[in-house]
Write a protein that binds this ligand. Structure first.
Ligand SMILES: Nc1ncnc2c1ncn2[C@@H]1O[C@H](COP(=O)(O)OP(=O)(O)OP(=O)(O)O)[C@@H](O)[C@H]1O
Ligand SMILES: [Mg+2]
Length: 217
């Protein structure tokens, strides 16, 4: 089954975000079409994570708007179309790797067989096939990072937002993740990746650079 569904385009228009009395993002606009991967780069603190959270509908801009095929992100349907891998990972430590994958799928009331199939498929795809029964504390930093990405991918959402998915990975795992992100875009997803990693940037189709919360060159 294609994850693309009817979603064709994620668009941000003139986003502005303020926090702690400071302007964090100003006048950031982008278009991310299905089938392509967009890399968001920029120095630490330039606003990459903030931008992804707004694109995912997990936070609201002070100005501007995020649209999915013309529907505002505040709409529950549009938000449901996005899956995000957080920079902080957000894994649940008292659960095993496979349970971490299963929880959001159970929350969506998918059939048990479907959940089992997705968990097995995405653990395998991220090179974690033998680690499903491990507690997350027993995993290395890179394994945890791949598990968080697997969890986002398993939702099969039309929009995949990944925040620094290769920060802790060795060369082999990095290539695996880069290939996977590009492949998922080619399958019809909208892929947006915040990254410092030049290999990720080079593999992506489109690029947006943030400098102090503004679009740089
Ligand atoms: N809730 C908040 N309150 C105050 N400041 C915030 C808040 N969220 C983000 N910031 C600030 O906004 C700026 C951008 O942060 P953000 O996490 O988006 O950067 P980033 O580009 O993802 O950085 P990194 O590469 O280190 O992950 C930083 O200066 C950060 O301190
Ligand atoms: Mg960040």
């Amino acid at each position: 089954m294609s994850p693309a569904g009817p979603v064709r385009e994620l668009r941000a228009e003139h986003l502005r975000y303020e926090a702690g009395g400071r302007l964090i993002l100003e006048d950031v606009s982008l278009t991310a079409p299905a089938g392509r991967a967009l890399a968001v780069s920029g120095p630490s603190g330039s606003g990459k994570t903030t931008l992804l959270l707004l694109l995912a509908g997990l936070d609201r801009p002070a100005g501007g708007r995020v649209l999915l095929d013309g529907t505002a992100m505040e709409d529950g349907t549009a938000r449901h179309a996005c899956a995000m891998m957080l920079q902080s990972l957000g894994l649940v430590p008292i659960l095993t790797a496979v349970e971490n994958l299963a929880v959001p799928l159970q929350a969506r009331r998918l059939a048990r067989a479907d959940i089992e199939e997705r968990c097995a498929r995405w653990l395998e795809a991220l090179g974690l096939g033998s680690l499903g029964e491990k507690m997350t504390q027993e995993l290395s930093g890179g394994q945890r990072q791949r598990l968080a990405l697997a969890r986002a991918l398993a939702l099969d959402a039309p929009v995949l937002l990944a925040d620094e998915p290769t920060a802790e990975l060795d060369a082999a795992s990095r290539s695996l993740v880069v290939d996977l992100l590009v492949r998922e875009a080619r399958r019809g997803r909208i892929v947006v990746v915040a990254t410092h990693d030049e290999e990720v940037g080079a593999a992506c189709d489109d690029h947006l650079r943030l400098v102090e919360g503004r679009m740089g060159r």
